[in-house]
Design a protein around this ligand. Structure first.
Ligand code: IPM
Ligand code: MN
Length: 353
C-alpha cells in the first residue's frame, strides 16, 4: 500500500516522540512492503512563533493532501498564564479538527497488566478494564457561539440532529465489533442539548437490537468509571463531557503515557497520543514514546492493515515485559531508558520479527 503521511510534531516533547513514531512507521512499512512518504508541517506554539498562526494554511493543505496525519502534541506554558494572548497553540488543534471535519474522536481506555500498580484505583477494580470512549469532536460548546465580555461571557452548547446521529452510528459500529454494550452519556435531566442526544439515541437503538443501549448522566458516569470501570464497553458522548471523561479514563488505567487516539470524519484522519506536550520534559530524552507508537498502530489498523498494527502492539508489549521503559513507568531498580532507546528497541524488535 502507498501511504502519504503528514507529520505534525508540534511542541514540547512532540518532536522527540514523533521521531520514534516515524521510525516505527518506517520499520513496519519496510517489513510489509508498504511505500510510506512523509511531509512535515508546522502547528501549535511553534507555528505561532514562525508564521503567527497555530494551524497555517500550508499545514492544512499538507493534511488535506495526505492519507493520514500523525500528530504529536501542542501547547506551551508561555501562553497558559496569559489570558490576553490573541492566539493560542490549542486553537491550532481545534482548527485542524474543524477544518478536517474530524467529528469522531476514538479514545480507547485500556489497562496494561504490568502497569496496574500505577493506577490510583485498587488492582481488583481496574484490572481488565477495557472500553472505548467515542467523543464528538467538532460540535458543542467548543465551537458554538461565544461571547467574551468584561462582565458577561457565555459559550453555546449547540447540537443538531445530523451531528448527533452520525456520531451515534460510529459508536454503534464499534459496539457491534466489541461486547455489544453502548452507554450514551449525557445530562438530559438539565440540558436541552442532552435531551436531543437522548431522543435521537432512543430512536436509533431500535436499529441496533443486538446492542444493549443504556443511558447515564455524566456525573454518574464519572463516578461509575472509578467505582466499576469494567462496566463500560463503548461510551459515546458530546465534546466537553468527552474531554473530561477521557482524562479520567486515561488516569485510572495507570498508563496515561501509553494511550493513543484516532480522530476521524470527513477528511484526512488524525492519529495522536492523548497526552499533552509536557514542556518540562522537552529535550531531556525522558518522554514515553509508547502512546505515539501505538497511534501508529491505530493508523495502520484504520487502513485495514491488521497484522501491521498487531506487530506494533506486540513490540510495545515486549518492550514493557523486558522492562525497556522510560523512567516514569520503570520498575524499582530497573535501568532507565530514554525516549530514543525505547523507540530503537521497538524498531529493532519489528525488524527482527
Ligand atoms: C484534548 C485536549 C484539547 C481539548 C485541548 C488541548 C484543546 O485537552 O484533546 O483532549 O480540550 O480537546
Ligand atoms: Mn482533553
Amino acid at each position: 500500500m502507498k501511504l502519504k503521511i503528514a507529520v505534525l510534531a508540534g511542541d514540547g516533547i512532540g518532536p522527540e516522540i514523533m521521531e520514534q513514531g516515524v521510525a516505527v512507521t518506517t520499520a513496519v512499512a519496510e517489513k510489509f512492503g508498504h511505500e510510506v512518504t512523509y511531509r512535515e508541517a508546522l502547528c501549535g506554539a511553534h507555528a505561532i512563533d514562525e508564521v503567527g498562526d497555530p494551524f497555517p494554511e500550508e499545514t492544512f493543505q499538507a493534511c488535506m493532501e495526505a492519507d493520514a496525519v500523525l500528530f504529536a502534541s501542542v501547547g506551551d506554558p508561555k501562553f497558559d498564564n496569559d489570558p490576553t494572548a490573541k492566539v493560542r497553540p490549542e486553537q491550532g488543534l481545534l482548527a485542524m479538527r474543524k477544518k478536517l471535519g474530524l467529528y469522531a474522536n476514538i479514545r480507547p481506555v485500556e489497562t496494561f497488566d504490568c502497569l496496574i500498580h500505577k493506577s490510583p484505583l485498587k488492582d481488583e477494580l481496574v484490572r481488565g478494564a477495557d472500553f472505548i470512549c467515542i467523543r464528538e469532536l467538532t460540535g458543542g460548546m467548543y465551537f458554538g457561539e461565544k461571547k467574551e465580555g468584561t462582565d458577561v461571557a457565555y459559550d453555546t452548547n449547540l447540537y443538531s440532529r445530523p451531528e448527533v446521529e452520525r456520531i451515534l452510528r460510529i459508536a454503534y459500529q464499534y459496539a457491534r465489533r466489541r461486547r455489544k454494550h453502548l452507554t450514551v452519556v449525557d445530562k438530559a435531566n438539565v440540558l436541552a442539548s442532552s435531551r436531543l442526544w437522548r431522543k435521537v439515541a432512543q430512536e436509533m437503538m431500535e436499529e441496533y437490537p443486538d446492542v444493549q443501549t443504556d443511558f447515564m448522566y455524566v456525573d454518574n458516569a464519572a463516578m461509575r468509571m472509578i467505582q466499576d470501570p469494567r462496566f463500560f464497553d463503548v461510551m459515546v458522548t458530546e465534546n466537553t463531557f468527552g474531554d473530561i471523561l477521557t482524562d479520567e479514563g486515561s488516569c485510572i488505567t495507570g498508563s496515561m503515557g501509553l494511550l493513543p487516539s484516532a480522530s476521524t470524519g470527513e477528511h484526512t484522519p488524525v492519529f495522536e497520543p492523548i497526552h499533552g506536550s509536557w514542556p518540562q520534559g522537552k529535550g531531556l530524552n525522558i518522554a514515553n514514546p509508547l502512546a505515539q507508537i501505538l497511534s501508529v498502530a491505530m493508523l495502520y489498523e484504520y487502513f485495514g492493515l491488521k497484522s501491521e498494527g498487531a506487530l506494533i502492539r506486540e513490540a510495545v508489549n515486549a518492550s514493557l515485559d523486558h522492562n525497556i521503559r522510560t523512567p516514569e513507568i520503570q520498575v524499582e531498580g530497573g535501568a532507565k531508558y530514554g525516549t530514543r532507546e525505547v523507540g530503537a528497541w521497538i524498531v529493532d524488535y519489528i525488524r527482527r520479527k
